[in-house]
Design a protein around this ligand. Structure first.
Ligand code: C5P
Ligand code: MG
Length: 225
């Protein structure tokens, strides 16, 4: 499963850059990024949909982009992505960062939108550091805090219809472990830097969204309608 010299792959140039592609903001040559983190099943996707509707963000889910690339005919990364996802492991950052950057660049080009929610990323310290150094520093991270028991119930429920290869007990267990061991240190780093907005994600979607709106207000992120 170990990737072979991804760093030399000409399709993956983003992590090589010496300074960020964008500066933070919504003007020319800028991009405004909020990271959205939380364990699997914490409700990231659901809340992102609300934020897209009310705040005018473009939603980019790292997991969705990886699944899309996995299924793209002719992708040289398809098999690798598939095995990482099945095992609940983090795909090497070069691939994920390039997919995110490509999605951001094409959104800016096609729609002129420069406000992004990057959901399910960064899930590992190297992704966090490389993305902020090579693409753009994030404004803050929205973190959905939820006990595993609740997340597991939601995932098994979702698994009945999601068709996802990793919404089963075995994969869920692995994803939880990866989240605690690999992703939580990233959340804690942003917390220490005062760049983490933490929300209790145990309640229903409406109540969680109320908290999100209130905390965005405190950080001066305003709805567009
Ligand atoms: O966020 P989501 O649950 O859709 O992610 C599914 C899987 O995609 C993760 O368990 C992981 O294998 C992979 N992934 C990753 N790096 C990310 C986001 C997702 O490797 N930043
Ligand atoms: Mg998701």
């Amino acid at each position: 499963m170990a990737p072979t010299n991804l760093e030399d792959n000409p399709a993956l140039q983003a992590p090589k850059r010496t300074k960020p592609l964008f500066s933070p903001g919504i003007d020319t040559n800028q991009a405004l990024v909020l990271f959205v983190l939380g364990g699997p099943g914490a409700g990231k996707g659901t809340q992102c949909a609300n934020l897209v509707r009310d705040y005018g963000f473009t939603h980019l889910s790292a997991g969705d982009l990886l699944r899309e690339e996995q299924d793209r005919p002719g992708s040289e990364f398809g098999d690798m992505i598939k095995s990482y996802i099945k095992e609940g492991q983090i795909v090497p950052m070069e691939v994920t960062i390039q997919l995110l950057e490509n999605a951001m660049t094409s959104t800016i080009k096609e729609k002129g939108d420069r406000k992004f929610l990057i959901d399910g990323f960064p899930r590992k310290m190297d992704q966090a550091l490389a993305f902020e150094e090579k693409v753009v520093p994030s404004k803050f991270t929205l973190f959905f805090d939820c006990p595993e028991e609740t997340m597991k119930e939601r995932l098994l429920q979702r698994g009945k219809t999601s068709g996802r290869a990793d919404d089963n007990e075995e994969s869920i267990k692995k994803r939880f472990r990866t989240f605690v061991e690999t992703s939580m240190p990233v959340v804690e780093m942003f917390e220490k830097e005062g760049r983490c907005v933490k929300v209790d994600a145990t309640k229903g979607p409406e109540e969680v969204y109320e908290q999100v709106r209130a905390k965005f207000g405190e950080r001066d992120v305003q709805p567009v309608k």
